[in-house]
Design a protein around this ligand. Structure first.
Ligand SMILES: *[C@@H]1O[C@H](CO)[C@@H](O)[C@H](O)[C@H]1NC(C)=O
Ligand SMILES: *[C@@H]1O[C@H](CO)[C@@H](O)[C@H](O)[C@H]1NC(C)=O
Length: 468
């Protein structure tokens, strides 16, 4: 009975999605420019294009993208593909809250109804042409006509991203002339190196399109589950979120393993006790508020999402499906406006509602994850890498990233030292002869470009310029 009911619901929503094809994908070989946007006074500073690339014609599995030309020198600036993590979190979230070309806000404060778009002085499009894509299908504004496509994994996701790039570069060949970089945060720490590896493999096999891949960037990126779960404990202790007694008890009970802990064990119990001490702290940015008690519906949603995360007994909080503590009202509102959907060439809101993180995706993660060997392979192939960490993130803390970066045994090119913006220390950085640079961003959380946009732009711009 339950199954039948679910099946019926899925079928009816699919019927809606199948209609989309006719009026939205016609002429997809022609990029569609965005000429006006609700809330924006005038035209965008640089050219912008958006729409869908169909990566599977039989299923009409289509990925939504938004291209923002560099505002500096579109013919010579690098091209950066951005991938938000999750799995299942929308890159439009980064477009709106992190490094997109606009700052979004409610006119007249948070209780306002109208949304205004202003120039973001720290947009990454100041120094690069940006490609935002919602991946995999089932994320953000991307969809498939076959619901079974929403059960997916790294392999399929990377295949689709590769097909997407080939189609996009075919449609907009000017994007393929410059140096190409892949960037992402959180679970993007898995997508980014895998996609880079796929591109290299395809180029080597002569079957693929030549793509001028130069390097990649990850921000608080998932890299190694075992190291990251231990890094969280180290972070919690170092940041004063737990006391010495609790710290030592967890160490004793867990005997060095904090990953995939048996829920009945003494270790799990100690971890839960430790967690309870800092339950109310925003795990994505220990300096930020956690939206909990406000009366608004959206805020209630984030409250329960927060509970989901901290109630998990495993020390490593789940990354997918929730944005705990975060207020996403501007994005939820703006992306639900019919006139916005029309302006950005996206499917109508009746057919697909936008969520910061997908609740329809069924993503299989092969755990424990470790991307360290892939990083080695990419550096060996001559790519450059920027691995950055907002140093107030508990989810993928700098303590973990620092451990695997130094653990690779690379030779230092320039030693660990402060880097500055406007004569003030913005974080610490070290670079290695193999082409890897590690940098912390002082006072930033999981989504560093959101709270520290100026510093983050400075950091990525310096990295990209080195290889221009
Ligand atoms: C989720 O994906 C797994 C692995 O492909 C599959 O076995 C399972 O049936 C899927 N679950 C749903 C609800 O689709
Ligand atoms: C690329 O090739 C290497 C060597 O054969 C392999 O280990 C790796 O898994 C491949 N990468 C992808 C993303 O398929």
């Amino acid at each position: 009975m339950c199954l039948l009911l679910a099946f019926f619901v899925i079928l009816s929503s699919v019927a809606g999605i199948s209609n989309i094809k006719n009026y939205y994908n016609v002429g997809q070989k022609q990029p569609k420019e965005i000429t006006q946007l609700p809330g924006l006074d005038g035209k965008p500073i640089s050219k912008q294009f958006s729409g869908y690339v169909t990566v599977d014609k039989r299923h009409d599995r289509s990925l939504f993208y938004w291209v923002v030309h560099s505002e500096r020198d579109v013919n010579n600036d690098p091209v950066v593909l951005w991938l938000t993590g999750g799995p299942g979190c929308s890159s439009m979230d980064a477009f709106i809250y992190e490094h997109g070309p606009f700052k979004f806000s409610f006119k007249g404060g948070d209780d306002g109804a109208d949304i205004v778009l202003e120039e973001n002085p720290y947009s990454w499009s100041k120094v690069a042409t940006m490609i935002y894509v919602d991946s995999p299908a089932g994320t953000g504004l991307s969809y498939s006509r076959k619901p079974q496509d929403y059960s997916t994994d790294n392999e399929r996701t990377v295949e689709d991203l590769y097909s997407f790039l080939v189609e996009l570069f075919t449609m907009m060949p000017e994007l393929s002339y410059q140096g190409f970089y892949i960037a992402g945060e959180s679970y993007g720490g898995v997508y980014v190196p895998l996609l880079a590896s796929k591109i290299l493999n395809m180029s080597r096999s002569q079957r693929g399109m030549p793509i001028n891949l130069r390097g990649y960037m990850t921000g608080n990126g998932v890299t190694d589950d075992v190291i990251e779960s231990a890094g969280q404990l180290e972070f919690a202790y170092g940041m004063g979120l737990i006391d010495p007694l609790t710290f030592h008890r967890v160490q004793e009970d867990c005997k060095g393993n904090y990953w995939d802990v048996d829920s009945d064990s003494a270790c799990a119990l100690s971890l839960k006790k430790a967690y309870d001490i800092f339950y109310w702290v925003n795990p994505y940015d220990t300096l930020l508020d956690c939206y909990l008690s406000a009366q608004k519906d959206e805020d209630k949603m984030t409250h329960s999402a927060h509970k989901d995360v901290v109630n998990t007994l495993s020390w490593k909080a789940q990354l997918g499906h929730t944005v705990p503590c975060a207020n996403r009202r501007v994005a939820l509102k703006w992306l639900s406006l019919p006139e916005v959907r029309q302006a950005i060439h996206a499917v109508p809101v009746q057919e697909l509602s936008w969520q910061p993180c997908s609740d329809i995706l069924n993503y299989t993660i092969n755990t424990p994850v470790s991307m360290i060997n892939t990083h080695k392979e990419l550096l060996h192939a001559g790519l450059s890498a920027l691995v950055y960490s907002g140093d107030h993130d508990f989810i993928i803390p700098f303590t973990a990233t620092r451990t695997w970066v130094y653990g690779m045994g690379l030779h230092e090119l320039s030693p660990y030292s402060a880097w500055k913006v406007d004569d003030q220390v913005a974080g610490f950085t070290v670079s290695f002869t193999s082409g890897l640079t590690f940098a912390t961003i002082k006072g930033a959380g999981h989504m560093a470009p959101q709270t520290n946009p100026k510093e983050t732009l400075h950091l990525i711009s310096r990295f990209l310029d080195e290889f221009r």
